[in-house]
Design a protein around this ligand. Structure first.
Ligand code: SF4
Length: 691
């Protein structure tokens, strides 16, 4: 086997990797020097990818009710139960829960089956937990979910502001890129985060604001931009909403941030005085009951100064997962159609229905992730298909979600292992091809489409996800519309549909790739969209948006406190997040001894004063309780967290002490616009654990 070029399956940086046979017969994985995202570098997780391969623990054959069976009987059963459920209870009685781990081609056929052929928009994704607030914020400002930034902007910026982002651990290669710019050209780095994280080590300034107060900080920045005479009047002349947004910002108070006024003024002076500024934001912004407002508060500052769409400047959302962006592009969220077309728009729906020759296109948005599993709990969803994600451990109120899945009439799980919290609950388990065994594309945070390529044969009867979906579609009578020979054919259809979206003036247009031959697809080099026949280049520098009339919109936003309120019973606010060397619920990274060595156990960070008051000693067990769940974690006593707050990572899912299941603690509060859960501000009680 010769060296295969592929893409790392973890975070949204989307680093290129080279897969080559090693001496011992196992693959070696190194960074691809020719990939623009990483130019050969890999972080700890990427460097350990080879440790995570192999067939140990893999699901090797379909299972029905725990018994191995053949593909035909499993697929016949899935098709029959979904068809029967739709016929008896209507299209909205079925649902599909997808994942940012899926490849674009897999996502495309799943979305097509649900929205076009089963007639329901009940397809949502774990990306709802990741960046739905960014999607909503982009759509309010630009009319489409368009990421203005590129990685080159980080190289060219004089100031990088990292908001709610532990970039050093969660997007390490981008962080290295920022530090390289700092070393080469003196780029200033400001971190805005309630926690002191590893990212603060390389920063010039850390604003340790109160949890959930970002809107107040950025409203204050907008007011300071105006008062400092830094508004770009020519740019703003073509923007809607400036006056109302400024009025809201000037009324805003800084108190909710809890920050020292001098520190804030210093930040404002640096931001206003630096034209080339990139504001990077991530889960600390998105995972919030006011996440969409936080996103727009940041966008407003860039729009008011015209610092958008030009080299070295702009707001820039970095996504958590390898293909969160690809999922957005195919319309894999319950409130979107395909190719950034709108489900509420009759002309868009008609065009997609015509293109797909779809018998019953969904006409209204479907249930978003948290709502979807509530509908499962209430018995409104009676047949559920979950692909490559573990909602029984990772959705808010995870214990209730686990119980809902267990009680669902019919649950199908496609995954590479039967050992996840969710797979254990499935009626039907479908064995999936893993990373390095499957082919397709992913889109990273800066809109670059890259190929994932197979270097290994899937073990046993494992098959790629697109095959699972198309085989079920074929058995439901939709074979002609799902008669794909492989991912290249699916990609061509997706690209051709994007040309129709481009015809409606939408941003996502890769119609220039619709005629790729199989060989062209196989050789496809990393390509940033748009790749349109009609227009290309950077977005928004010309002040043009995708709203009707083409004007960008500023959106007035007001600070709101996190919805869950403190009280004597639950006096702490719990922040959740990731660690450096693990990924999601550790299905893969848990197989690597060197990755597990970094932080071996689930833990909770507690401020020293709180620990003293609670009587908690370092490294002892602490019991956390919230209105929705309980977890036992090892105490890490540190002033990296503020007094009255706790931080716990979300990767561990075990039931015995120390037990992770941190998302069982998280309340199912969601942002009213995006539906994204507030994963960083649940109220919580803590006490020493007595076994
Ligand atoms: Fe993989 Fe992200 Fe690390 Fe790159 S930065 S190697 S994409 S985990």
């Amino acid at each position: 086997m010769s060296t295969v070029r592929s893409t790392c399956p973890y975070c949204g940086v989307g680093c290129g990797v080279l897969l080559a046979p090693g001496d011992s017969g196992r693959l070696t994985v190194t960074g691809d020097p020719d990939h623009p995202a990483n130019t050969g570098r890999l972080c700890s997780k990427g460097s350990a990818l080879a440790d995570t391969l192999g067939t140990e623990g893999r699901l090797l054959a379909p299972r029905v009710d725990g018994h191995e069976t053949g593909w035909d009987s499993a697929l016949d059963l899935v098709a029959a139960r979904f068809a029967e459920t739709v016929a008896t209870h209507g299209p909205d009685s079925v649902a599909f829960y997808a994942s940012g781990q899926m490849l674009t081609e897999d996502y495309y056929v799943a979305n097509k089956l649900m929205k076009g052929f089963l007639g329901t928009a009940n397809i949502d994704t774990n990306s709802r937990l990741c960046m739905a607030s960014t999607v909503a914020g982009h759509r309010r400002a630009f009319g489409t979910d368009t990421v203005p930034g590129t990685y080159e902007d980080l190289d060219a910026a004089d100031l990088v502001v990292l908001v709610g982002s532990n970039l050093a651990w969660c997007h390490p290669i981008l962080h290295q890129r920022v530090l390289a710019a700092k070393a080469a050209r003196g780029t200033k780095v400001v971190v805005v985060d309630p926690r002191r994280t590893a990212t603060c080590d390389g920063a010039d300034l850390h604003l340790q604001l109160a949890i959930g107060s970002d809107v107040a900080l950025f409203n204050g920045l907008l007011a300071a931009i105006y008062e400092g005479g830094a508004v770009d009047k020519a740019f703003v002349a073509n923007v809607d909403g400036f006056d109302d947004t400024l009025t809201a910002a000037r009324c805003a108070r800084l108190d909710p941030t809890g920050l020292d006024r001098d520190l804030v003024d210093r930040f404002y002076r640096i931001w206003i005085g630096t034209e080339r500024v990139v504001t990077v934001f991530s889960q600390g912004v998105n995972q919030s009951g006011s996440g969409t407002d936080k996103v727009n508060a940041i966008l407003n500052c860039h729009i008011a100064t015209g610092r958008i769409g030009r080299a070295g400047m702009g707001p820039f959302s970095v996504t958590g997962q390898p293909n969160a962006m690809g999922g957005r592009e195919v319309g894999g969220l319950a409130n979107m159609l395909a190719c950034h077309l709108e489900i509420e728009n009759p002309a868009h729906r008609a065009a997609v229905a015509d293109f797909w020759n779809a018998p019953r296109l969904a006409t209204t948005p479907g249930l978003k992730a948290v709502e979807m599993f509530r509908a499962v709990a209430e018995g409104r969803i009676k047949a559920l298909w979950i692909m490559h994600t573990n909602p029984a451990a990772t959705l808010p109120e995870a214990d209730a979600v686990r119980d809902a899945i267990a009680a669902c009439d019919f649950t199908v799980v496609s995954d590479i292992t039967a050992a996840t919290d969710t797979a254990r609950l499935a009626d039907v388990l479908l064995p999936a091809a893993a990373w390095a065994e499957k082919d397709g594309t992913v889109t990273n945070s800066d809109r670059t489409i890259s190929r994932q390529r197979a270097a290994l044969q899937p073990p046993g009867q494992a098959r790629p996800d697109w095959w699972h979906v198309t085989e079920v579609a074929r058995r439901m009578g939709y074979g002609r519309s799902f008669d794909f020979a492989g991912p290249a054919e699916i990609f061509r259809e997706h690209a051709a549909l994007s040309g129709i979206a481009g015809g409606f003036g939408r941003d996502f247009d890769i119609s220039g790739l619709a005629d790729l031959s199989d060989g062209d697809y196989e050789r496809l080099a990393p390509t940033r969209w748009p790749v349109a026949r009609r227009r290309g280049g950077r977005f928004f520098a010309d002040g043009q948006s995708f709203h009707p009339g083409g004007r960008i919109r500023m959106v007035p936003v007001h600070w709101r406190a996190p919805e869950a309120k403190h009280g004597p019973r639950f006096p702490f606010r719990l922040n959740t997040g990731r660690v450096r060397d693990h990924w999601h619920t550790m299905t893969r990274t848990g197989r690597s001894a060197r990755l597990s060595a970094h932080l071996a156990e689930p833990f909770v960070e507690i401020h020293p004063e709180d620990a003293k008051e609670l009587g908690v000693a370092a490294d002892t067990l602490v019991e956390l309780t919230t209105p929705t769940g309980r977890a036992i974690l090892r105490a890490t006593i540190t002033d990296a967290v503020q007094q009255g707050t706790l931080f716990a990572p979300m990767h561990w899912t075990g039931e015995t002490a120390p037990s992770g299941r941190v998302d069982a603690l998280v309340a199912g509060v969601t942002d009213p616009v995006s539906g994204q859960p507030e994963s960083k501000a649940s109220v919580c009680a803590a006490r020493p654990f007595a076994a």
